[in-house]
Ligand binder design. Structure first.
Ligand SMILES: Cc1cc2nc3c(=O)[nH]c(=O)nc-3n(C[C@H](O)[C@H](O)[C@H](O)COP(=O)(O)O)c2cc1C
Length: 236
């Protein structure tokens, strides 16, 4: 009986966790409603339980809100317009076809949700700029890492970020992870007084989402499990 009850509650926990994980989306329009500092600290505390190789915990996080966020955002938007950062090269060229196809599908869905035409460079640029004002979110996070670390430590900061986004989502708070900040490391480092050994990995916008915004209606598809995983040794 006790066992059955425990199994029952285990199922409820699994459903609840899956619901939170599966309902997270990259949200790109936020309500201006602020987030309390204690809430942000709670979410960061949950995120910090992420595993890391040898528990080195390589994540460093700069959280900006209010006037500090606005100043950083203004400087980033200006730098983006002036084209002062090196062009974002987040993917290798040529990008293998399988990834190129998904990238194109992403672009069609994202810009399509905003009614932005494929060839409308000005509108696309304007939308790209929204990254730098944290899509109107009340809180921005810049995640940095010690530049001397190797790629596997970058995995750790990804796990930290996913924990953070799920911990936020569980509290009704939305996020958008953004690599767009990386090319603007020098500007960001100067604003946030980062030590020289750190490098900006990515940023995250965080706040209450605007469910009415068209851009937030987009749903990005996923490959099916049988298409990306191969399972061995299980009974047929
Ligand atoms: C490491 C990383 C970097 C990303 N960079 C950006 C970005 O710079 N700007 C943006 O709007 N979305 C960015 N995204 C969000 C992805 O486009 C999004 O996760 C993907 O399309 C899947 O959609 P979903 O998060 O809504 O499920 C990034 C996501 C990750 C994981």
């Amino acid at each position: 009986m006790v066992q059955a009850t425990m199994e029952g509650s285990q199922e409820a926990v699994a459903r609840c966790v899956a619901t939170v994980i599966r309902s997270r989306r990259s949200v790109r329009a936020f309500k201006p409603e602020p987030l309390r500092r204690e809430l942000v600290e709670e979410i960061l505390g949950d995120a910090a339980t992420a595993p890391s190789g040898a528990n080195i915990q390589p994540w460093r996080v700069y959280v900006v809100s209010g006037a500090v966020k606005d100043e950083l955002a203004n400087a980033l938007v200006a730098a983006c317009r002036a084209g002062t950062a090196s062009p974002p090269a987040h993917f290798p060229e040529p990008l293998p076809d399988v990834f190129r196809a998904r990238l194109s599908d992403f672009g069609a869905r994202y810009y399509g949700s905003l009614g932005i035409d494929r060839d409308d460079t000005a509108a696309r640029m304007h939308q790209t700029e929204q990254n730098f004002s944290f899509f109107g979110a009340p809180v921005g996070l810049i995640i940095s890492i010690d530049r001397r670390l190797k790629p596997h430590s970058w995995v750790d900061i990804g796990l930290f970020a996913q924990n953070l986004m799920i911990a936020a989502k569980a509290r009704g708070i939305e996020t958008c992870p953004q690599v767009s900040f990386a090319p603007f490391h020098d500007l960001i480092a100067a604003h946030l007084q980062m030590p020289s050994e750190e490098v900006t990995a990515f940023g995250i916008s965080m706040g209450y989402g605007d469910p009415q915004a068209r851009v937030n209606q987009t749903r990005m598809p996923r490959e099916r499990v049988q298409d990306f995983a191969r399972l061995f040794g299980f009974p047929a």
